[in-house]
Design a binder for this molecule. Structure first.
Ligand code: SF4
Length: 517
């Protein structure tokens, strides 16, 4: 058969056959003979496309269910995500069992945080005074806009046009990268996962592992478009090395560096950053200008308190005894300059919310996300918010109750999040409390509100409830299938209604045990 030029057009071939520099390739008349003996490779199915996150439309309520359904439909992604996070949860359990005083540590951490939060003004003042005497410039930002302006002002004063930064959820809250892009300053993320997300123009989907929702094929695709790697090569070492090669020159030539902080110590005026890649140390030490953006709730009173949190943080987050780097920053290095921006951005207001103020104890370990069955199966980007998973459900509505009004309903309230939280936040109780608040504030759809009201009436009247159950069983047995299994009923897409037993528990109990009482 004569092979026409069209048939050898590389665009027609599966991506795994389009290897540009294959030494075994047989070339004829300037065309590679991909099916020639010795060069053919097994065809693999095209990788599953990455499901994208929730659609964000201004202030309109995020439809987490819709985005979660798309994530679940991408079966490879859902399976990998579920397994990867459950693995972290199991590692966390193993580490926890190795520390006999684990529960005492949790109680201590909770008590330290509650004490600090109830004396926040004093400890912040103490930190500011000590940090200034260490040579640090301290700034205060009321909100995201003020934070971004302050950082921009510092960079402008130093004529800085490029900034390397380590992962920081606070800067995500502030929309920092977008702001910097609008004023012409290039921001380069130094954390590998965060850099992947930056190159893919996506938010982080997890507070510790920002790209955990991506398959290797997704990363290969992102890198092939942005740094020119081979799209068919999904080897993690190849991808990580390619990223390192591409980013290292940007890091070495950056004008300024930025970090967040995991903990701030009032008595010493110092702060601590924990990473596993050492990227915060690059951000802080390569350029002469170091800016740290820190939420005001990160403070602890004394250096000795750090030991409690450092023992809990990495074990809870990744199931490892320590982060690879736990770096203490005390002041600018010789010839350098250090700035700390203390950011409120709604924290003071949250401190005044009687039912929700203890959410400020959070040390962003992500353990509640790793254990949550809803989060594991729906992916962090389905929440359409900076914070996802159980901690997101109780923090996000404090930023915007209307926009995030659906989120507290994305939970089974099983309490596992509360059980694993290293600072003992009563997460599932706060999720439940948010539901009550949102119903009172009329932020819940009318249909859901009416259904809940009807259920409340029914459940509070035993006779009516039993009559309803009996008639529902009869109705289910005779209803045409399409009434339940139709395109409008998301519940029926993945489930079958089980056959109802011939006897309800109540009538069984009445027949078998009731007479013995
Ligand atoms: S709420 Fe608790 S478990 Fe969840 S991220 Fe914060 S500290 Fe970790």
């Amino acid at each position: 058969m004569t092979m026409t030029p069209e048939r050898t057009d590389s665009a027609m071939l599966h991506s795994e056959l389009r290897v540009e520099c294959d030494p075994d390739a047989i070339i004829r008349d300037g065309h590679r003979l991909d099916h020639a003996e010795g060069t053919s490779k097994p065809l693999r199915p095209a990788p599953e496309p990455q499901p994208r996150g929730a659609k964000v439309r201004g202030n309109r309520p995020i439809d987490q269910q819709e985005a979660a359904a798309r994530f679940i439909a991408a079966t490879e992604h859902e399976k990998m995500h579920d397994e990867r996070l459950w693995d972290l949860r199991q590692k966390r359990d193993r580490e926890m069992h190795g520390i006999p005083e684990w529960e005492e540590l949790r109680s201590l951490a909770s008590a330290i945080k509650e004490h600090t939060l109830t004396h926040l003004d004093e400890y912040l003042d103490q930190f500011e005074a000590n940090a200034r005497s260490n040579g640090i410039h301290v700034h205060w930002a009321r909100d995201a806009a003020e934070h971004n302006k302050i950082v921009h002002g510092i960079l402008r004063d130093h004529r800085a046009t490029s900034l390397i930064k380590s992962k920081s959820m606070l800067t995500e809250e502030c929309g920092f990268r977008h702001y910097m892009a609008s004023v012409g300053i290039e921001v380069i993320e130094t954390d590998l996962g965060e850099r992947i997300q930056q190159l893919d123009n996506e938010d982080p989907s997890h507070v510790v592992v920002p790209a955990v929702h991506k398959l290797r094929t997704d990363v290969a695709e992102v890198f092939s478009h942005t740094i020119g790697t081979d799209p068919g090569n999904t080897d993690v070492h190849y991808l990580a090395e390619a990223q390192r090669e591409a980013t290292r020159p940007l890091i070495l030539n950056a004008d300024a560096g930025m970090t967040g902080a995991n903990f701030v110590v009032a008595e010493t005026g110092t702060f601590v950053v924990c990473t596993n890649e050492g990227n915060a140390d690059l951000s802080a030490n390569v350029p002469k200008l170091h800016i740290a953006s820190i939420g005001i709730e990160k403070i602890v009173p004394r250096l000795e308190h750090l030991a409690v949190f450092v023992r809990l943080l990495s074990r809870s987050a990744l199931g490892s005894p320590m982060t690879q780097y736990t770096s203490h920053f005390r002041g600018p290095r010789t010839g350098g300059e250090m700035h700390v921006v203390l950011v409120d951005n709604g924290r003071s207001e949250r401190l005044g919310l009687e039912e929700f103020w203890t959410s400020l104890k959070c040390i962003r370990c992500g353990a509640c996300m790793n254990t949550c069955p809803v989060y594991r199966r729906s992916g962090g980007l389905s929440y359409g918010a900076t914070y996802s998973g159980p901690i997101g459900l109780i923090i996000d509505p404090t930023f915007n109750a209307r926009k995030y009004s659906n989120l507290p309903f994305a939970s089974s309230l099983n309490g596992s999040c509360t059980n694993v939280c290293p600072v003992k936040i009563n997460i599932h109780e706060q999720i439940y409390a948010w539901r009550r608040v949102l119903v009172k504030q009329h932020e819940v759809p009318l249909a859901k509100k009416a259904a809940m009201k009807a259920a409340g009436v029914l459940l509070s009247r035993p006779a009516a409830y039993r009559a309803a159950i009996a008639s529902a069983d009869t109705a289910l047995a005779h209803l045409p299938r399409f009434v339940i299994y139709n395109g409008l009923n998301a519940w029926g897409k993945h489930r079958e209604v089980p056959h109802s037993p011939e006897q309800t528990f109540h009538s069984w109990y009445h027949a078998n045990r009731g007479a013995k009482r």
